[in-house]
Design a protein around this ligand. Sequence first.
Ligand code: SF4
Length: 358
Amino acid sequence: MDKRADKQTGWSEKLKEMPVEEVGRLIEAATLDRQLFGELAEAADAVRQQYYQNRVFARGLIEFTSYCRNDCLYCGLRRVNATAERYRLGREAIVAACREGYQLGYRSFVLQGGEDGYYTTRRLTAIIDTIKGEFPDCALTLSLGERSRADYAEFRRAGADRYLLRHETASPGLYARLHPDMSWDNRRRCLDDLRQLGYQVGAGFMVGLPGQTCSDLAADVEFIRRLQPEMVGIGPFIPHRGTPLAGQPAGGLGQTLVMVAVVRLVLPKSLLPATTAVGTIAGDGRERAVMAGANVVMPNLTPLAERKKYMLYDGKICVNDSASHCRGCIEGRLKRVGFVLDLQRGDHCDWRRERAAG
Ligand code: SF4
């Protein structure tokens, strides 16, 4: 192994074992020191290349409800935000969005929404059934928040392949301050259930939350090391004007990229989105996230009439762009930095092998 490759593998090995206090110090140092960040990003890029080469998987995102029963302090869709515009998509509209995505070449869809009681287990199972019946060659990810284990089992039986449930922050105190009426223990229970039910599991967290420290971010890394999720969504905190956190500074691009690189090194085979939020705080944020180790993008398939109503935070990009525009835009952006948009299912590399073996 040459010296450069040795250094790259070295970071990955070190980070898998590094005591959590040291991880916190590394995050702090890399946020301030561009050279150290450059070293981590280069190592992250190298390990990603090893498993996924220069391919970046596309997931067509359908935001199907802006109703939510929760009151997360940072979120524009929180229940008490009277200025939020609410909508729900019915089964036909959701399937039509998938159809448009399929015609654009996507073979992976994400159904995302607030925690909306209107979507009962029966309604959701019928939607999953219809999507998997019409598009059996596509992967389906759900991102519907906290449900019972029995619900998760039903959705899995109906054909859902993956589930995204960001843990948001693994520091119980910070979690409690940001999520009135929710519990960190239940969040963890959900992730454990999803894992046991055979989903490809996505966790994830925000960077730059008010009051968050590098020790909190190190706790996120520790949580990820233990859970070993297949996917990790990492995005900067961005304030929304209709929330109690309005006026707080957004998370920084630099620290968000540090966290993408660190998580890539900790979980070399993971699927890491270059999130819309990182593209919102910087025009080239998604490209830079990919260069720091991300390998997933989520172009929007939500009908344009509803897109602006799914305002999790202020200034969200892509709310006026058609689905075909989004596809071309993201493909061009990736190409300019040497990456290729891959439209296939894009499973975690180990999961695919196990499935093939089974
Ligand atoms: S973050 Fe999710 S659960 Fe929390 S209020 Fe927003 S949509 Fe609801």
